[in-house]
Design a protein around this ligand. Structure first.
Ligand code: BGC
Length: 492
């Protein structure tokens, strides 16, 4: 029996790892653009607003992909949805690397954004439905691990391909996305559909066959019964605007809420703008800034690995509170470092980088994996596709909002006369060359304290709304909502 169990576990780990490659593409494609920008800006002689359009196009694509394909994954299945994303990733990478002008590049980024949006909800959903309850958290967190590896790989590939003497360096950076795209495309062809989706479509025998490969033998029949019971109960209910039914209000609040918290503690200000933050802190030159971000990428990956071991042991709630406390403290400290910028002198920049590492480490063991895990767990089977896509859509929306407002928030909270001045190489359209200019960056202290304040509110929210889903079967979670019970009363 013991041996059988181990064997099953290995099969699921392989299945989950292949599916999680979708996370690698998610991370790679969000990260890669930052290093490519200076090159195609010069190559196509673009204004800053065109650069913003190209970057936003990817984000817009993600929102559209997450919003409109949830229903499709309920109708056509999880596997076909991921397959579609894989095809788009490959075609999109070739298309964007090849783009002869800025407009084509913009459409290609929009297209690839679709795949990012689709994979960001369908991959965690697929993994959650195919995993045994006991290790579900760890397996879904594989998705987050691959996101972080993708971000790191994109920083490294930017470093590797960036050639100051070649304005077309951005092309190989974008082409590189073909490789993980093909891995996902070929891998997914060999993966099974999820047993839960099959059974919901009346394909019980196929579902049973797959469950036997992945679940402990003694609970296969019990799982099938539970899935069927929940499907029967779902049938009794009316079929309109299901996600917004009162008994699912908590599931909806939890999915949107966790993504709000994940994004509004400011994670992507660090992921997207860390070179800039490090330059403001006193590191000189863009290259030093990029090395700073590589170090952030490494810490992110290492602590996400640690989270794989914690999430099914310590549980979701404890990790949430531990993670958030660390995040709040490091944000407060970071703010202080920038507020005392002049007094701290050269020590300031080292303190800044250390607190960014601490911040990322706490994020990586908690909110990073938790966001994607929770949205894949809280919805009932019949609408899990739509529900998870709403969670993912919220993620992209809040992500865009934070990225779009970061520098404005810095400006808003900068006390007059405390702005930090740096010397930066900027593109000058008039002369078509880079010139060194003094830039007043404002002071990010207030912005970091603002994100810390949101973190404090998030502790209160989490106390009331975050359910402990550790070790609980997806069917039991559904039953919990049906009985109208409170999120924090859910237990193994
Ligand atoms: C978030 C991303 C973030 C990444 C950082 C993910 O869970 O959704 O927005 O960039 O973690 O590791």
């Amino acid at each position: 029996m013991m041996k059988e169990g181990t064997y099953n576990k290995n099969v699921v780990v392989v299945i989950a790892a292949v599916a999680a490659t979708g996370g690698l593409l998610f991370g790679f494609d969000t990260g890669v653009i930052s290093g490519a920008i200076p090159f195609f800006q010069q190559n196509f002689q673009l204004s800053n607003s065109m650069i913003e359009n190209i970057t936003t196009a990817g984000l817009l694509g993600a929102v559209i992909g997450a919003a409109f394909t949830g229903r499709l994954s309920d109708i056509f299945g999880r596997k076909k949805t991921i397959l579609t994303a894989a095809v788009i990733f490959v075609v999109g990478a070739v298309w964007s690397g090849w783009a002869p002008n800025a407009h084509v590049l913009m459409y290609a980024r929009l297209f690839i954004g679709l795949a990012i949006g689709i994979s960001s909800f369908s991959v965690p959903l697929y993994i959650a439905e195919i995993s045994p309850s006991k290790i579900r958290g760890r397996l879904v967190s594989l998705f987050q691990l691959l996101i972080t590896i993708g971000i790191l790989v994109s920083y490294l590939s930017d470093l590797a391909f960036a050639n100051n003497n070649d304005v077309e360096s951005w092309r190989p950076m974008l082409y590189a996305g073909v490789v993980p795209g093909l891995i996902l495309l070929i891998g997914i062809l060999f993966l099974p559909e999820t047993p839960r989706w099959l059974i919901s479509k009346g394909r019980e025998e196929e579902g049973r066959r797959i469950l036997k490969r992945i679940e402990e033998p003694e609970i296969v029949e019990k799982s099938i019964q539970q899935i069927k019971t929940e499907i029967e109960k779902d049938k009794e209910r009316p079929n309109f605007s299901e996600v917004f039914r009162p008994w699912l209000r908590n599931a909806l609040i939890i999915a949107v809420g966790i993504m709000f918290v994940q994004q509004f503690v400011g994670i992507n200000t660090v992921i997207y703008y860390s070179p800039k933050i490090f330059m403001i802190a006193g590191f000189e030159g863009a290259r030093a800034g990029i090395w700073g971000s590589v170090s952030v990428g490494v810490v992110n990956v290492l602590f996400t690995i640690l989270s794989l071991f914690l999430i099914d042991k310590i549980g979701r709630r404890k990790l949430y509170f531990i993670g958030l406390s660390g995040i709040i403290i490091s944000l407060l400290a970071l703010g202080l470092v920038f507020a005392l910028h002049t007094q701290l002198g050269d020590t300031g920049k080292w303190l800044a980088i250390v607190f960014v590492w601490i911040y990322i480490a706490f994020f990586a063991i908690s909110l990073g994996p938790l966001g994607w895990l929770i949205i894949s767990e809280v919805f009932p089977l019949r609408i899990r596709g739509i529900g998870t896509s709403i969670g993912s859509l919220s993620n992209w929306f809040f992500n865009g909002l934070v990225a779009f407002t970061f520098f404005k928030i810095i400006k808003l909270f900068t006390v007059h006369g405390t702005g930090i001045i740096t010397q930066e190489k900027l593109y000058d359209a008039a002369t078509n060359s880079f010139v060194t200019k003094a830039v007043d960056n404002g002071n990010p202290a207030g912005a970091f304290w603002f994100y810390a304040a949101i973190g404090i509110l998030a502790i209160i929210w989490g106390y009331f709304y975050l359910p402990e889903t550790k070790g609980v079967s997806l069917e039991k979670i559904e039953e919990h909502w049906r009985q109208g019970k409170k999120p924090r009363d859910l237990k193994e």
